[in-house]
Design a protein around this ligand. Sequence first.
Ligand code: CP
Length: 304
Amino acid sequence: MKNKSLVSIHDYSKKDYLRIMDLAEEFEKNPKKYGRLLSGKVIATLFFEPSTRTRLSFESAVQRLGGKIIGFTDAGSSSVSKGETVKDTIKTVSQYSDLIVMRHPIEGSVRWASEISDVPIVNAGDGANQHPTQCLLDLYTIRQTQKKLNNLTITMVGDLKYGRTVHSLIQAMSYFSPTFHFVSPQELKMPNEYKIFLKEKNIMFEEHKDLNEVMKKSDIVYITRVQKERFSDPIEYEKVKNAFVLKNDMIEGTKSNLKILHPLPRVNEIDQDVDSNQKAYYFKQAHNGVFTRMAIISSILGLK
Ligand code: CP
């Protein structure tokens, strides 16, 4: 992991996932112990697309480890708005920092940036492609709630076509013999390439149109937002935006270990009443983003 960019979840092995999770646990258990670990290090956060959790949890992680942050939250405030290329931006920022965290709407853009940069790059989401740090915090959260990763039944709900978090998560979970249920509108089904991947790995999956069919079988229900920004036609978005809304009564009679996860942001796919249900775990999941990103940064910089 040392000095290596993290662009896709495939850049890490199963052993790497376990190492990151163990390290995240160490940071969670000892919040004050590592306050100078990143002393003298500068991390750049370049967000060409909006974010709340990913950017702020990275920044919180760096600050908690005693490092410094530079960057922008909007390319409009950078010299990209004057016509500078993304290539020149990355090359320049890599002269000022020890590691770059980058989000960009174009799939493959972060891989390309990692080939130009003089410092490692961490993908904070590239279009509908990958979101590996979200995936690692999801793995951490699943292990934390289930006390294991093997042989779990995971139901994924919502936008399975454009949802980069579900794409990364099925690939990472493939090491742990899961059973998947996919619940989505017809227009937002899991793309064939991921279904082929699962078949090649002999991993069971079923597709459903009704969430109630699978609630009682699930250990994890992973809800995702229908992403308005990925639709070119607003009428198509309107047709599917309210296809699945989780309500409290749908959680009745489910397994005692069930946890409801969501990478967030939520629009209306989880009723606000669910937030106080003890099976709702999405804000704790967001909290885990800080420890997981502490582990990723310190591993890449070779400090842990
Ligand atoms: N989960 C996630 O990526 O959230 P943000 O878009 O707010 O970073």
